[in-house]
Design a protein around this ligand. Structure first.
Ligand SMILES: Cc1ncc(COP(=O)(O)O)c(C=O)c1O
Length: 374
């Protein structure tokens, strides 16, 4: 008999499937790395802002000693910059190694093994992983038009529910809940249940869709807003995100947080990026242009897509349950990496990140070829 390590609930975890790296696709399909287009992980196609690059070089140059020492565990300067930006005390901010780290910490901080977590069908994969990793119960509500059904989520709250995950906009569907509906929902959640509002893509929202969730944090002690530097700020490789919540929550998160979870370079780059509003505006404008290009092409090609407020679009590439994988393979052969979402229960769809104009064009050309009758 083979020995089985670990709890059953950990063995039941389906590991997170990340977007394929460029080098792997180049090796596997015998392609030139330079010609591969990666639109698979909702990164900023502009890369990191120049301001952040300079801050990193400066931090690295300051003396080898800076990188030879542990980072400031409390990230004094970055928290001060975030506190000023959002007009909250620094104690209301908790930093994460990516916002993924925040989501995991929140699950561990607020939920006990056996208690339950509510999240929506088709919402970000990490909610299921964090729930399963704790041995907590999943209360998954059916999506409506691929997005969150807030009434159903409220109705699903059980006696043992301690946390609700809401992504706005949601990944992988790009669906958006308007501010008024979201606040009405938060107001109705029982005060002992924490709402983790995951706003990884909030910087991409059009001006008329923005809402002030930080004002809600002041009003609702059970609200935690999660943000990231990985998307519009262009720092995915550095791994840095943050939570804004009242200090009773932050205190618990910080007990679980690994003391040096955000490295020296990430802290320096984030301070620079936070002040770089020009880069954010450029990123949002490029994204809006790319969205128009992609969706116009999908309409021309007769492909269904889910209207998106993020930096990606979910598009239906067939009507059989092999369609996503089949078309994905045809795209890979042409050096285009997107994300199949069969793992989300969407086997007929692909999620494509909005790229630079030439990347979008390369994807669309490859998609037309992939879908052309043999
Ligand atoms: C909705 C959502 N939340 C959180 C994350 C985590 O991002 P990171 O850990 O890079 O901040 C992602 C990444 O794709 C996401 O789509």
């Amino acid at each position: 008999m083979t020995t089985q390590f670990g709890p059953t609930y950990v063995r039941a975890i389906a590991p997170y499937v990340a977007g394929k790296p460029i080098s792997e696709v180049a090796r596997e399909f015998g392609l030139d790395e330079a010609r591969i287009v990666k639109l698979a992980s909702n990164e900023n196609p502009l890369g990191m802002p120049e301001s952040a690059r300079r801050a990193i070089l400066q931090a690295a140059a300051q003396a080898a000693s800076e990188l030879g020492r542990y980072p400031d565990s409390n990230a004094f300067e970055l928290k001060a910059a975030l506190a000023a930006r959002y007009d909250v005390p620094p104690e209301w901010i908790t930093l994460g190694n990516g916002s993924n780290d925040i989501l995991e910490m929140a699950a561990h901080a607020f939920v006990e093994h056996g208690q339950s977590i509510v999240y929506s069908q088709y919402s970000f994969a990490v909610y299921a992983l964090a729930t399963q990793g704790l041995g907590a119960r999943h209360l998954v509500t059916p999506a409506v038009k691929y997005g969150h059904d807030l009434d159903a989520m409220l109705a699903a709250v059980a006696e043992d529910t301690r946390l609700i995950f809401v992504a706005n906009p949601n990944n992988p569907t790009g669906t958006f809940i308007d501010g008024a509906a979201l606040e009405a929902f938060i107001a109705k959640v029982p005060p002992h249940v924490v709402v983790v509002l995951d706003e990884a893509y909030t910087e991409y929202l059009a001006a008329d869709k923005r809402y002030d969730s930080i004002a809600w944090v002041r009003r609702y002690p059970n609200l935690l807003v999660s943000r990231t530097f990985s998307k519009a700020y262009g720092l995915a490789g550095l791994r840095i995100g943050f939570a804004i919540a009242q200090p009773e929550q932050g205190d618990l998160l910080n007990r679980l947080r690994q003391p040096f979870n955000v490295n020296v370079l990430a802290q320096a780059a984030a301070i620079a990026a936070l002040g770089d509003t020009a880069f954010l505006e450029q990123s949002a404008a490029l994204n809006a242009d790319g969205y128009r290009t992609l969706t116009a092409a999908f309409e021309r090609m007769g492909l269904e897509y889910v209207p998106s407020d993020g930096n990606f679009v979910l598009v239906r590439v067939g009507t059989d349950d092999q369609a996503g994988e089949r078309v994905n393979l045809e795209l890979l052969k042409q050096g285009v990496i997107v994300r199949p979402v069969g793992g989300y229960g969407l086997p007929q769809w692909l999620r494509v990140t909005i790229g630079l104009a030439e990347e979008n064009a390369a994807f669309l050309a490859a998609l037309e070829r992939a879908l052309a009758p043999a």
